[in-house]
Design a binder for this molecule. Structure first.
Ligand code: ATP
Length: 339
């Protein structure tokens, strides 16, 4: 492990965004090139990450990467990095031997999402109200997906600095009279309703069941996709209310985080769910909940919110980092290995 920051990565650089379900890889040839065509594999189809990289990238290309930047969902502490939602273990030393790599940096998956916010243009985003972003002001990234990822992004000393954290585990409480009818039925974690009990795929199902229970209604749907489909088609009132409450809670939480980071640079919604519910996010209650932060309503009204619609946003963030790591203030100490 390299003890201090040394951020000049030798090309070609293999980049990888390793999720619980899917892993996406590409190669950045030099500081001026676009990344090569992404290769996407299901993590369940390979026993190890090394096998996946060999089959999906190395066997399909004549390019031998020198370095790698991998973004993983899981804490990076030591030479064996376990992923939260999949059995893969990233072992950089073993990767040097197996894959011919000489340098590896491991980042957090949400840091990669934060890097993507800098790398992507507005053509890959859908705006949900607010004014113009201030280019160098703070930003916030929230991603409802399998869990709820949260990161800040600040610009300081001519660097973009991602601030990863565990913001997805903040408390969410009831506010309206209807909330007080529904919230008692939301499944708790050790007595607590955190962001991840509501603002992720599993959370949407929790909300749907809670709304149904509050009104003693049946619950024919079991997956988040069924609930959003029925809600967007306006074919099931319980699903509609669940999605509406999901969007309201997302607005409240996004607003709280925007206050923390005073994110006049924008609030960015990433992950698989936001881009599938854009019509619901535009319906009005998201923005109303986001702005309902007295005494700072005027500030909140000015802050733009964007849904990232690019399907491989994290990979683009990693490519930008691989090309010019010096643009980003990413601490690599403790997660940077050299052969
Ligand atoms: N149409 C949909 N509406 C709402 N939720 C959905 C829909 N389709 C999938 N989901 C839910 O989205 C979640 C997955 O989100 P996302 O694709 O962002 O996951 P991820 O954690 O980034 O995945 P990976 O681990 O593969 O990177 C799952 O809980 C899934 O049930």
């Amino acid at each position: 492990m390299v003890g201090e920051d040394d951020i000049a990565l030798r090309f070609p650089v293999l980049i990888g965004d390793i999720g619980g379900t899917n892993a996406r890889f590409s190669i950045v040839l030099d500081a001026n090139s676009e990344a090569t065509e992404p290769q996407i594999v299901q993590t369940a189809n390979f026993e190890t990450i090394d096998e996946a990289i060999q089959a999906a990238v190395l066997d399909r290309s004549s390019i031998q990467p020198h370095s790698a930047v991998l973004a993983v969902a899981g804490p990076v502490d030591g030479d064996k990095i376990r992923l939260t939602n999949c059995p893969w273990v990233v072992k950089p030393r073993q990767m040097f031997a197996n894959l011919g790599l000489s340098e590896i940096v491991v980042l957090n998956d949400f840091e990669a999402q934060a890097l993507a916010v800098v790398a992507l243009g507005e053509e890959h985003m859908e705006k949900i109200g607010g004014g113009s972003p201030e280019p160098s002001a703070g930003r916030v990234v929230l991603g409802p997906g399998t869990g709820l990822g949260v990161a800040g992004l600040i610009y300081a000393l001519r660097h973009w600095i991602p601030v990863p954290g565990e913001g997805g585990h903040m408390d969410i409480g009831p506010r309206t009279p209807r909330d007080f009818e529904v919230f008692p039925h939301i499944e708790k974690l050790e007595g607590r309703i955190s962001g991840e009990q509501i603002l992720c795929g599993r959370g949407l199902v929790n909300l749907y069941r809670a709304v149904a229970k509050a009104d003693a209604r049946p619950t024919p749907f079991t997956t988040p996709a069924e609930i959003t489909a029925a809600a967007l088609a306006k074919s099931d009132p319980v699903a509609e209310e669940a999605l509406s409450l999901f969007v309201t809670c997302l607005g409240r939480t996004a607003g709280d985080l925007a206050l923390v980071f005073k994110s006049r640079g924008g609030v960015f919604l990433t992950g698989g769910i936001a881009q599938k519910i854009v019509p619901a996010l535009k319906a009005g209650n998201f923005r109303a909940a986001f702005e309902d932060k007295a005494p700072h309503r005027a500030l909140m009204r000015s802050m733009p919110v964007y849904v990232i619609t690019h399907p491989l946003a994290a990979l683009l963030g990693l490519a930008a980092y691989a090309r010019t790591p010096s643009l980003f203030g990413v601490q690599t100490a403790g997660r940077h290995w050299r052969a």
